[in-house]
Design a protein around this ligand. Structure first.
Ligand code: ACM
Ligand code: ZN
Length: 760
């Protein structure tokens, strides 16, 4: 249709089709409200509609709604104080609501009422209301009528961001705060100090930012790479106190509290670079250019360290009006303390039996200081070691154990366990994903998390204040990449935080997300558009025909594909359901997700091969695989070889303890016994670069310096014994390899049982 014709059609159908289509359009509310009814009828939003702000306390919410409506519709709305005969959207307070963040929506064709016990509840009601608008339409619009009674499951609905490993400006922070508000999060955890950079202006100690905010260069690639390479570029930045005050106010207007994190006693190298007397040995240091955990920590023996920390916290407390200050407490190496006479003297004086108790002394002392200033502390779960400060809350990151232990001691807890809540993990196994720190935490995994451990009794379960995701930025150098890692996982997190488990459902969430992908893109967010799923980089078929079955979590998206190696375009074939491809040689299949509104995912590529991998006959197979151990260093699994230093038979795919070391290589040889005919999906997860061959076919290529990166491969195989070879190399991070599979016809991923492996 020409542009003119389509405009004409648009104006003609404005009052009929467009305004009538409400009933068919599913709601796309995220997080899902806890009580929601859809009513018959509709509410027509035109610029005749008045915004009635019934209470002065809601002036901010009124202005916010007016601006958001203008953006959603392109129309201008008038704010009034009193309900008139006009069609209106009414914001008002009602003391009878139960919770501080609870809200209610009541609607009729004349009036949409958004009611809260206080302004926060009204603000959340406004967010729900705004999600009723179709994201791709402008102008007058019909909204469905709904009745909502809603309040959050958790009081702490957090998102964390590390601005130390890479610096991000207050503009980037504000953009995150905008989206957090839309998805009803209420706590922003701002990680402001670390080994690689000090990011908050402290007036009393100007060198913290003059020196500590700038590092000479940054390690390139993954830390697993050896030898390390550096980019040679100065990196840094910090936020001034004026900027911080502005962000704090900006967040407060969106009912978000900012929790600043000032790390102690570890993760302090940037501070020590600024003021060497803060360390045990007054060493001259620079802000760190590597990732990891620096051994240079605050000296816990010197009184001057405590004076410094107190002075810093004095300024921090002035800037951040919230209840909590995060004091870090994680990953504090104790080597310097063991050698430092002042630290040892302090331990004696305070009766600390080990360095963990010295760490506990530091945290407890800071807690008492902050308590006098009316603040509470929260810290990473290491603050449990050596004795937990009296009123400290614990952020459980190394799994849930720390959180469970803290709750059992009567302390408040925020759950942030790595498996579900670390947004620096990969989002899929596809090679298109940029280098990440390691691990896989996809949208469904985030969604499925329940932060209330069943191990806790009912009373202690109440101590779980909530849940947050953490975003560490070692491998995230740009704001675009930052957003890619946050969205859409933040939406899944929002539903974990807000919605009661009984009202959650991933399939339904996937449907509701369709509009939200568009909303995020319209907000200028560089989100990860869900890529097609179901293909591996290599797929091996025994017959001449490959059956291709794809899926995508963006349900209403279109997947388009090519089979000639070209990049899919708007005109490429649409995937309409499983199809077969003839394999006369290798076929390169490329598939891309296209969303309404014009955004698209990265393109996944799969090489489809025709190769009948036949089982072999074994006379007397012996249990176990042959494992050979080689001296490195290696830069690729392909290089693993040379003179083997040891060889042994292992039961299953495991590296024996006496073959574990840094800079080594391993090769596993033998047979895998498969129980039935069909297509097998394999997933290889290793501590560094690895590869898997079946026969002479490379099925999984997970090469490179990476850490806990996973790759998949799919092969059509007959039941029986198949020759298998796995190769792996490492530098200093771990010695692990794990092979999982899905049996033909099954969706369940399981570790390949140890008794499936044999050797001759
Ligand atoms: C952490 O991830 N070191 C808290
Ligand atoms: Zn010391």
């Amino acid at each position: 249709m020409s542009r003119l014709l389509s405009l004409l059609a648009f104006s003609l159908c404005l009052t009929t089709e467009l305004l009538a289509g409400v009933g068919e359009r599913p709601l796309s509310l995220v997080p899902q409200p806890n009580h929601l009814d859809i009513l018959p009828g509709m509410f027509t939003v035109t610029d005749e509609v008045q915004l009635v702000v019934a209470d002065d306390q809601l002036a901010g919410e009124g202005e916010y709604l007016k601006a958001a409506l203008a953006e959603a519709t392109g129309l201008d709305f008038l704010i009034t104080k009193n309900v008139s005969a006009n069609t209106s959207i009414v914001l008002k307070l009602d003391d009878s609501l139960s919770g501080d963040e609870a809200y209610r929506i009541r609607s009729s064709e004349k009036q949409y009422e958004i009611i809260g016990k206080n302004a926060a509840g009204v603000f959340y009601g406004v967010q729900t209301f705004l999600q009723l608008f179709p994201p791709l339409e402008k102008g007058a619009v019909n909204l469905p009528l709904i009745s909502v009674d809603d309040e959050p499951r958790f009081e702490w609905r957090g998102m964390h961001m590390d601005v130390c490993r890479h610096f991000f400006s207050v503009e980037v922070v504000k953009k995150l705060i905008d989206e957090m508000a839309k998805y009803k999060l209420n706590t922003f955890h701002w990680h402001l100090t670390d080994d690689q950079g000090w990011r908050i202006e402290i007036k009393k100690y100007p060198k913290l930012t003059e020196v500590g905010a700038w590092r000479d260069e940054t390690v390139v690639g993954h830390m697993a790479e050896a030898p390390h390479k550096f980019d040679g570029e100065k990196h840094g930045g910090y936020s001034t106190q004026e900027q911080i005050k502005d962000v704090v106010a900006y967040a407060a207007a969106r009912h978000i509290t900012i929790v600043p994190e000032i790390e102690m006693p570890g993760h302090a190298q940037a501070a020590l670079a600024a003021y060497p007397w803060l360390g045990c040995f007054n060493d001259t240091l620079k802000p760190w250019t590597l990732w990891g955990v620096s051994e240079d920590v605050y000296c816990a023996g010197k009184e001057s360290t405590f004076k410094f920390l107190e002075d810093v916290l004095d300024e921090v407390c002035e800037l951040f009006p919230g209840e909590y200050i995060h004091v870090g407490g994680d990953e504090c190496p104790k080597e310097n303390w063991k050698k430092c006479p002042l630290c040892q003297k302090r331990m004696k004086e305070e009766g600390c039996k080990d360095e963990h108790e010295l760490q506990s002394y530091v945290i407890q002392r800071m807690e008492h200081y902050l308590e006098k200033k009316g603040k509470k502390i929260i810290g990473w779960d290491e603050i449990l070691e050596g004795g937990l400060a009296e009123n400290a809350a614990v952020m459980s990151w190394r799994g849930e154990e720390g959180g469970i232990a803290a709750a059992n001691l009567g302390h408040k807890v925020v759950m942030t366990p790595g498996n579900w809540c670390y947004f620096d993990h990969y989002q899929s196994t596809d090679p298109n994903e940029e280098t990440a720190i390691g691990g896989l935490t996809d949208l469904e995994e985030v969604y499925g998390y329940d932060p209330v451990p069943v191990q806790l009794d009912k009373e202690n379960q109440k101590l779980i204040m909530g849940v947050q995701a953490n975003l560490w930025t070692e491998y995230i150098p740009t704001a675009e990449h930052l957003e890619y890692m946050i969205y859409p996982r933040l939406c899944a997190l929002a539903e974990v935080q807000w919605t009661q488990p009984a009202n959650k459902n991933f399939a339904d969430f996937e449907k509701r997300m369709d509009d939200n992908y568009i909303r995020l893109a319209q907000d200028g967010i560089h989100l990860r558009i869900p890529a097609p799923e179901g293909l591996s980089p290599v797929e091996i078929f025994s017959s001449k025909e490959a059956t291709i079955k794809l899926s995508c979590v963006a349900e209403s998206a279109v997947m388009r594909y090519t089979t000639d190696g070209s990049e899919p375009t708007d005109f490429s074939k649409v995937y309409e359901g499983p199809f077969t491809l003839k394999l006369d040689g290798d076929v390169t299949l490329k598939v891309t997700t296209f969303l309404k509104g014009g955004t698209r995912s990265y393109t996944i590529t799969s090489i489809l091969k025709k190769q009948a991998l036949k089982p072999v006959k074994l006379k007397n197979p012996k249990a176990g695989l042959q494992c050979s151990f080689y001296d490195g260093p290696f830069r690729s699994f392909n290089e693993v070889g040379g003179d083997e230093t040891k060889t042994t038979i292992v039961e299953g795919l495991v590296i024996p303890d006496d073959m574990k070391d840094s800079y080594k290589g391993w090769e596993f040889d033998g047979y895998i016994k498969l129980p039935k005919d069909g297509v097998y999906y394999f997933l290889l997860d290793s501590s560094c670069g690895s590869g898997m061959y079946l026969g002479d076919q490379l099925v999984i290529d997970d090469d490179g310096f990476n850490y806990n990166c996973m790759r998949t491969g799919q092969v059509e195989l007959k039941a029986g014994y198949h020759p298998i070879k796995l190769k792996l190399f490492n530098t200093i991070y771990g010695q692990s390899i794990k092979l999982s599979y899905k049996l033909p016809g099954s969706d369940k991923l399981i570790e390949v049982p140890a008794d499936s492996f044999f050797s001759k």
